[in-house]
Write a protein that binds this ligand. Structure first.
Ligand SMILES: [Zn+2]
Length: 325
């Protein structure tokens, strides 16, 4: 079913501010002046910018200007008034995590590679209890899990039964942190979420959808009412990896077909990595998912021509390609 829900309450995302967090800034403190506009459909957006002076807010027209802002470790982008993208511009993979807020609780989807403390960012943005969950177990998505009291994982055969003394630790082949010298973590898991389970955040329902392909335990999160799909590494701008341990072409294609049925032309698909040349959160759309699905189908039937040598790539569209063996 393709949802026909409208853009109720969506705020056009034009707030893009570098903020300073953490204590590990080693560069000479460069300062910037920032100005811009936040637009909401009800013209009542009033944003306080975390990490800045108390009075730094948008005016009645949604305009803001900040002087002498330090270059930061994270970027924040307001997707809508209850959804904030947290980017890591200094990390070469340009990870994006998503803070998904309800009235009673919040989800942080992905916690980054753990080179910086994303918990400090989250704490500055909300007082709600936050459950961290990862789109999958690769090192660049679970690096700050151990900083959170509440961690959820997808309940699959092969995840829950591997708990040891209340903790979960991914296998080396699931984590892959050795590629960058990042140690394999252990973390407490307090909630197990089934595929298709609906998570009630208070006035906001998030559906967990198992989406194997990039890895077996990959999930995406769907907010049907707000028409948002948080897609992790399933789809983002750039090179999609179908070469890693557990990657599976048939499953990838089947998952893509399944996801096409829950998105509409209006759905914002929010991925976990930004293309180096782009700016802002990696926002994809229905046509990107449709193009990916079509390419995966053609790879399965050998209709698409490979490019490259050892690592072969298949084109998807101008924003994506798929890397295979
Ligand atoms: Zn990954």
């Amino acid at each position: 079913m393709r949802s026909q829900l409208s853009f109720i309450g969506r705020v056009v995302c034009s707030l893009y501010v570098l903020l300073l967090f953490g204590h590990s800034v080693s560069i000479a403190a460069e300062k910037y002046d920032l100005k811009g506009t936040v637009k909401g459909i009800d013209d009542k957006v009033n944003v306080e910018l975390a990490g800045t002076k108390k009075d730094d807010k948008t005016n009645r027209n949604g305009e803001f200007k900040l002087n002498n802002v330090l270059e930061g470790e994270y970027t924040l982008q307001v997707i809508d008034e209850m959804t904030i993208a947290i980017g890591e511009p200094r990390y070469y993979q340009q990870n994006y995590s998503y803070l998904i807020l309800g009235k009673d609780r919040a989800i942080l989807l992905d916690t980054g590679p753990g080179l910086r403390d994303i918990r400090a960012v989250v704490d500055s943005l909300t007082k709600l209890p936050v459950t961290a969950v990862s789109s999958h177990l690769h090192y660049d998505h679970i690096g700050n899990h151990d900083r959170f009291d509440q961690v959820a994982m997808v309940d699959l055969p092969g995840t829950r039964n591997r708990m040891s003394s209340g903790e979960f630790s991914p296998a080396y082949s699931e984590h892959l942190g050795f590629l960058e010298g990042i140690e394999k973590p252990s973390f407490r898991v307090s909630q197990w979420w089934l595929s298709q389970q609906k998570i009630d955040l208070g006035g906001r329902i998030i559906t967990v959808i198992s989406a194997p392909g990039h890895t077996p335990e990959s999930i995406v999160l769907l907010d049907e009412e707000r028409d948002l799909l948080f897609s992790g590494d399933f789809i983002y701008e750039g090179q999609l990896l179908l070469v890693l341990p557990g990657s599976n072409l048939d499953q990838y294609h089947e998952s893509a077909q399944k996801l096409l049925e829950v998105v509409s032309d209006n759905t914002l698909i929010l991925g976990a990595h930004r293309w180096q040349a782009s700016s802002g959160a990696p926002v994809m759309g229905y046509e990107d998912l449709a193009a990916l699905t079509q390419s995966l189908a053609k790879i399965r039937t050998s209709e698409l021509e490979r490019q490259g040598f050892i690592l072969n790539t298949y084109p998807v569209n101008s924003r994506m390609e798929i890397i295979v063996y």
